[in-house]
Design a protein around this ligand. Structure first.
Ligand SMILES: *Cc1c(COP(=O)(O)O)cnc(C)c1O
Length: 235
């Protein structure tokens, strides 16, 4: 089927580009996870990219995430889901029932709600603190001025394990260099590691999308979130 073979080819191409970038960076291929972002595609294409080999999938909107996660679960298909879009507190409980990694923890209030929900089910949520690297107020994520304070308050919450930081480079129109912004996120992570040694390290850096993942890998990304490049050629 055309859809499956295109997804197979795209998956091969993307993972070999990841491999090349790792080599160029002097890093092991296994140090970078690929999360396939399926927010643009229907369930059939989501399944096709899964079948191509992409076992970690990310969705942006909670409703679409619930629908897909329910469909995969009812088919008995194991996926590590990631939520990569803004999560409202009233959607936390339903979202957590599918145990995704929450990449978009952007406030203490949200983290407290996640902690409350996991406490009631004796589970632990893995999460990333989303950082607003662009300094533009319309973008999401914790602003730089409050990052240390927000991280300090979230790290003490039970039932939530912060694995690292997530960030997005600015739109190209702003004239900012993605690579500089990725380096900045890595530096922020390193500073936080020194400040909060008891956190056990924040090993992960979720940064890099279809247009800039090679640069992100050169700057230390451990998790690239790739959407459109996986669905090239499918209209
Ligand atoms: C859509 C999205 C991606 C994937 O973007 P592509 O450019 O299609 O690879 C990655 N991260 C986040 C947070 C997104 O919203």
């Amino acid at each position: 089927m055309k859809e499956q073979s295109l997804c197979n080819e795209n998956w091969q191409r993307v993972t070999s580009r990841v491999q090349d970038a790792c080599k160029k960076a002097g890093r092991l291929r296994t140090s970078v996870h690929v999360v396939g972002i399926t927010k643009y595609v229907d369930i059939s294409r989501t399944l096709a990219i899964y079948n191509a080999g992409c076992r970690a999938l990310g969705e942006s909107r909670p409703q679409a995430f619930w629908d897909k996660a329910a469909a995969f679960a009812s088919g008995g298909i194991q996926v590590q889901w990631h939520l990569i879009g803004h999560l409202q507190r009233n959607k936390v409980a339903k979202t957590m029932s599918y145990s995704p990694v929450i990449q978009t923890i952007d406030s203490v209030r949200l983290a407290k709600e996640v902690s409350r929900v996991t406490a009631s089910s004796s589970t632990v949520c893995e999460g990333f603190i989303e950082v607003n690297l662009s300094q533009q107020s319309e973008r999401s994520g914790v602003v730089l001025e409050s990052l240390t304070d927000v991280v300090a308050q979230i790290l003490v919450l039970p039932g939530i394990r912060i694995c690292g930081l997530m960030g997005m480079a600015s739109h190209p129109e702003t004239g900012r260099e993605p690579r500089r912004e990725f380096a900045h996120l890595r530096e922020l992570r390193d500073v936080l590691n020194e400040k909060f040694p008891e956190a056990g390290g924040l090993p992960e850096l979720s940064m890099g999308m279809s247009g800039d993942f090679e640069e992100a890998i050169l700057e230390g990304s451990t998790m690239v979130r790739i959407g459109s490049a996986l669905f090239d050629g499918l209209d």
